[in-house]
Design a binder for this molecule. Structure first.
Ligand code: SAM
Length: 275
């Protein structure tokens, strides 16, 4: 496992993932007295964007730093911007929350949160990030196995799946864990992040997902036309079983990112699989 999220934290894909994550959490809190959130691939918890890895990639410049400059950013980004400023003592600054700090900051005492991370170094950081939150547990375990085993064990399941896609079987494992989670908790909600390199890979994934659910909302950020499959040309968030009221927020976040961070020929596509 070579992937370190510190190189990519706060980039355009994190903006899409994290803004939508917070919108889904708000909708689920309004509907469910208790949630059981499982973050299958949690990373370090939070990131210092002035650190060497983030500076070397510079990806946050066309991400969170651009968003923070926007006086009239759409409301869907307000919870993310507030979380970033809170982490930086109320100002704009270099600290950026990963999914663990965003989730832990949004949850209530009656909710439960399990964050899985396999790398020793990132797990240590994750454990320290989550130490202040009594309802949160950092787990050095495989995220897919944990999600499949824990969904439906009290509280409505909400599963964030955000792998590094270093392994050829990640897409197949996501489909399988979706099947298992829905079997254990038919009301489970899943938020799945994927890179967008070429359409064939993504279409095959969606077709696989359609074998286990007919309720998926797909949000594609195409930063540029998908001509070079070796490049990360965009990202997607796929929501399974999400409350319909999140759709406008998903659409707004996806369109803003393409309009403001995309290149010529970029496109935002938000669509539902067959109902
Ligand atoms: C894309 S990063 C996570 C970023 C995080 N979700 C966020 O938004 O801040 C993926 C992480 O998954 C970890 N990882 C890889 N395979 C895993 C597995 N099977 N179970 C748990 N963690 C895994 C990697 O070490 C890496 O830190």
């Amino acid at each position: 496992m070579n992937y370190r999220h510190a190189y990519h934290a706060g980039n355009f894909a994190d903006l899409q993932k994290h803004a939508i994550l917070l919108a889904v959490l708000e909708a689920l809190k309004a509907r469910s007295p208790s949630l059981s959130v499982i973050d299958t691939h949690a990373g370090a918890g939070g990131y210092d964007l002035s650190g060497e890895m983030a500076r070397r990639s510079g990806e946050a410049d066309a991400g969170i730093f651009r968003l923070l400059q926007e006086a009239d950013a759409p409301a869907v980004f307000a919870p993310l911007i507030a979380a970033v400023r809170a982490m930086n003592g109320g100002r704009d600054g270099p600290l950026y929350p990963g999914s663990p700090l965003l989730i832990a900051g949004a949850l209530r005492r009656e909710d439960r949160y399990t964050a899985c991370e396999l790398r020793d170094d990132d797990f240590d950081l994750l454990r320290r990030s989550l130490a202040p939150y009594a309802f949160a547990q950092a787990s050095k375990a495989d995220g897919y196995e944990t999600a499949a085993a824990r969904a439906g064990r009290g509280g409505r399941a909400f599963i964030l799946i955000d792998p590094p896609f270093e392994r050829p079987d990640d897409y197949a494992r996501i489909v399988e864990v979706t099947r298992q989670a829905l079997q254990r908790d038919p009301a489970a909600v899943l938020a799945i992040w994927t890179p967008l390199k070429d359409l064939e890979t993504f279409d095959a994934f969606v077709r696989g997902l359609e074998t286990v659910t007919n309720d998926a909302l797909v949000a594609e950020v195409r930063l540029r036309p998908l001509l070079d499959p070796m490049k990360m040309n965009g990202s997607t968030m796929v929501l399974v079983g999400a409350p319909p009221e999140v759709e406008p927020a998903v659409r707004t976040a996806t369109e803003w990112i393409v309009r403001n961070l995309g290149q010529a020929g970029g496109a935002a596509r938000v669509w539902r699989t067959s109902a």
